[in-house]
Design a protein around this ligand. Structure first.
Ligand SMILES: Nc1nc2c(c(=O)[nH]1)N[C@H]1C(S)=C(S)[C@@H](COP(=O)(O)O)O[C@H]1N2
Ligand SMILES: [Mo]
Length: 163
């Protein structure tokens, strides 16, 4: 688990955007919050149903994104990254979560902020998120460049890249 100094915590938005942005924790907490009820599917084959996530919808970034942007690379502490098509990133249930089942995230599960992408395998749900980069062409994230599937749809079992 990363040691995070909350006074220096920053959420950055860069790449194909009209304006690069940075939010400190107080600024991020002022963004409109929402709740999402969803399931977790892990590539190693467990699922955890009925999770209530609370946080900020990815849609708050939409107006700032240039039309050339087609992919998103999500960045987290310790250089963890994960990639997804912009369409998946802006699906309605995708949120930057601060709370799970009514409680603030624990450090182990991504405090102070994690992404939750319920329609894809859980490795795409980056914990300890530090920002998002908008890209024209796809760029593999950490697990995606170590043998996991680039897309990761649990319903068609897109687990590994050799598929
Ligand atoms: N920053 C970061 N996020 C991450 C990971 C990681 O190693 N680092 N692992 C991913 C994987 S493989 C899974 S299964 C889930 C686990 O989330 P949990 O610890 O809340 O169950 O986090 C995902 N997000
Ligand atoms: Mo995982």
């Amino acid at each position: 688990m990363p040691k995070i100094d909350l006074t220096k915590w920053n959420f950055k938005v860069w790449g194909l955007v009209e304006e690069e942005k940075e939010y400190n924790l107080d600024e991020f907490r002022l963004l409109p919050s929402t709740k999402v009820f969803s399931d977790i599917h892990c590539v190693t084959s467990w699922s955890k149903l009925n999770n209530l996530w609370e946080g900020v919808s990815t849609s708050f970034l939409k107006d700032n994104v240039l039309s050339e942007a087609k992919f998103v690379l999500v960045h987290a502490y310790k250089n963890f990254t994960t990639n997804l098509p912009i369409k998946e990133f802006f699906k309605e249930d995708v949120i930057f979560a601060t709370h799970h089942n009514g409680e603030e995230l624990s450090t182990k599960h991504g405090y102070p902020l994690r992404l939750v992408v319920p329609q894809l395998y859980f490795w795409k749900s980056a914990k300890w998120v530090t920002g998002v980069e908008f890209l024209e062409s796809d760029k593999s994230g950490f697990w995606e460049s170590h043998g996991y599937h680039n897309h990761g749809d649990p319903w068609t079992e897109e687990r590994y890249s050799y598929r």
